[in-house]
Design a protein around this ligand. Structure first.
Ligand code: FAD
Length: 538
């Protein structure tokens, strides 16, 4: 059957790691494509999150594309754990090196995409009024790209400067001499607080949920080490593929890799404390039972609290900084001098579990017990993760069904690559894939290559549509749910964005696939080997 008229073979939404690589692969297989990007620049996460202190938790040598030997060798990383400006520069380098810009349309948001069942095409409309017809649609919209507007009374009444870590101004902000509030102590808060504290006249940190954070241990990479790392790329990349979190060198969490030999619940207190002397922060968690058993995890958290008390001088502040949920429930943060910051005279922690925010006022913040005046409020309040960006687009599949409605009750997806009822629509690192539990660049490469191979297969076999079967999708969701059942990551005390628990009204479902990168990779490869098992190709 001849193809229906169309403007492009593929519309890609987003120009971060996923969108850039997708464009490149589509060109390689001879398909016409355009990427639409809301931002004024490319880079996605690393374009938007330019808050002070923003840094990656995976080592630069691994948080980078592996598909091009030339790019690996041409790009020089300067630091072990790269900062936001360096990752942004890297992505711009890749974009130019592959001549991708001519197919990227910036400052253009995709507002709707509707599947035409008769023609098997997608009609995509944008914020600039453009309407384009494509055979395939790829959501490269990111797992952490839909900013969550904080639900605080009086939010827009503040008369000072409001800054959002996930939309931080490109010219930066000089906090010198200012009275500053930071709301939120997730990853962005933890990374920015030490830098802001060093500049500001005063800093009040408003904490709802204490963070598990580990020292980033970043340092410069010198020329000799870089040459050795570049020479070792093939082994590093091979090892990544065999690692649960797709990181061979394990970034900030390297010490967790050393196998634990003892259970914390069977270890006398004195010996628990010696583990901290020997292994530092990770000594709190390097036990056989600490990540699997709730009682043991509480003991590990108490040990982590001991580490905090060794750093933070004020006992009440130190106590407030100890999390009340298990380690492993959220992706741990990495920081440079976070706990030390609370010893500064200009820094105060406000524990919102004891003294909640009532409202934001024209001059600052009012809590149940206190009233504060600020020049600047920094909101480090996170994202509607994994499904948020796509739910904000009016995506309609078969029968006019809205993706937002399908996902209103549960973030359904087959392999995190497709959603039943939405033919020819692919999600890069969608719900039901390992994504945020891994070094995301490796997960992105796996998906982009899978999608490109699939499209090449459709071309070669003359198929016009591919669509996940509801039965395969249901089985995959059940399998994913069985893996996390009883795990600490779904414990009732856990309020992570993995579970959607940070978004009011979002259904509590564990969204990423927790079976690990190697098992997942084997699964998606075996699906292809079995003739795209679980998909209907027509
Ligand atoms: C602060 C922060 C730190 C992180 N640190 C790490 C880390 O240390 N290690 C790690 O593995 N991962 C980290 N991540 C996850 C990170 O998002 C991924 O590693 C990776 O950058 C995702 O790339 P992506 O292209 O899939 O998505 P993104 O980089 O999020 O890009 C998606 C793009 O799509 C655009 N978009 C969305 N909707 C639309 C629309 N409707 N129309 C047009 N454009 C649209 C967005 O503007 C965005 O630019 C971090 C995320 C954040 C927010």
């Amino acid at each position: 059957m001849a193809d229906a008229p169309h403007d492009l073979d593929v519309v890609v939404i987003g120009a971060g790691f996923s969108g850039l690589y997708m464009l490149h692969k589509l060109r390689e297989i001879g398909l016409s494509a355009r990427a639409y990007e809301t931002g004024t620049g490319i880079g996605g996460t690393w374009f938007w999150n330019r808050y002070p202190g923003a840094r990656c938790d995976v080592q630069s040598i691994e948080y980078s594309f592996s598909f091009s030997h030339e790019i690996e060798q041409e790009w020089d990383w300067s630091e072990l754990m790269p900062s936001q400006p360096e990752v942004e520069r890297y992505l711009n380098f890749v974009c130019d090196r592959l001549d991708l810009r001519r197919d990227i349309q910036l400052e253009t948001t995709v507002v709707s995409a509707k599947f035409d069942e008769h023609d098997s095409t997608w009609t995509v409309t944008t914020s600039t009024g453009e309407r384009v017809i494509a055979r395939f649609l790829v959501g490269a919209t990111g797992c952490l790209s839909a900013p969550l507007e904080p639900n605080i009374k009086g939010l827009h009444s503040f008369g000072g400067v409001s800054l959002y870590t996930n939309r931080f101004p490109s010219e930066g902000h000089d906090f010198s001499g200012e009275r500053v509030a930071v709301i939120g102590t997730g990853s962005s808060g933890v990374q920015s607080i030490p830098v802001i504290a060093a500049q500001a006249r005063s800093l009040h940190v408003f904490q709802r949920s204490a963070a598990y954070t580990l020292p980033s241990n970043t340092r410069p990479i010198d020329a000799q080490e870089l040459a050795e790392l570049k020479a070792a790329y093939p082994e590093i990349r091979r090892a990544q593929q065999e690692a649960l979190a797709a990181t061979a060198r394990f970034g900030a969490f390297a010490a967790l890799r050393e196998p634990a030999s003892r259970a914390i619940l069977e270890t006398p207190r004195e010996e628990q404390l010696s583990a901290l002397d020997e292994r530092g922060w990770l000594g709190a968690f390097a036990w056989t039972d600490a990540l699997v058993n709730y009682e043991a995890s509480q003991a590990a958290t108490a040990l982590y609290g001991e580490m905090i008390r060794r750093v933070v001088k004020d006992p009440a502040t130190a106590a407030s900084l100890v999390p009340d949920y298990p380690f492993g429930c959220k992706r741990p943060c990495i920081d440079v001098g976070y706990f030390e910051t609370y010893n500064r005279e200009n820094v105060t922690l406000v524990n919102l579990k004891k003294d909640p925010i009532i409202e934001i006022t024209p001059s600052g913040i009012r809590t149940e017990e206190q009233e504060f005046e600020f020049d600047v409020i920094v909101f480090a309040t996170g994202f509607d993760a994994m499904t948020g960006a796509l739910r904000r687009i009016d995506i309609r599949g078969r029968g006019g069904q809205a993706l937002a409605d399908v996902w209103a009750t549960s973030p359904a997806g087959y392999l995190g690559i497709q959603v039943a009822g939405f033919p020819n629509f692919f999600t890069v690192t969608g719900p039901g894939s390992p994504s945020v539990l891994t070094n995301m660049v490796a997960s992105i490469e796996l998906h982009v290559e899978w999608i490109a191979d699939c499209l090449a297969h459709l071309q070669a076999t003359g198929c016009r549509t591919i669509e996940a079967l509801p039965s395969a999708q249901d089985e995959w969701i059940e399998h994913g749910a069985a893996i996390v059942q009883g795990r600490l990551s779904t414990h009732e005390t856990c309020t992570s964005w993995y579970l959607g628990a940070n978004v009011p009204g979002k259904t509590r479902v564990y969204m990423p696939y927790a079976g690990g990168h190697p098992a997942y990779r084997k699964k998606v490869e075996s699906v292809v080997a079995a003739g795209y098992e679980g998909f209907a190709l027509t």
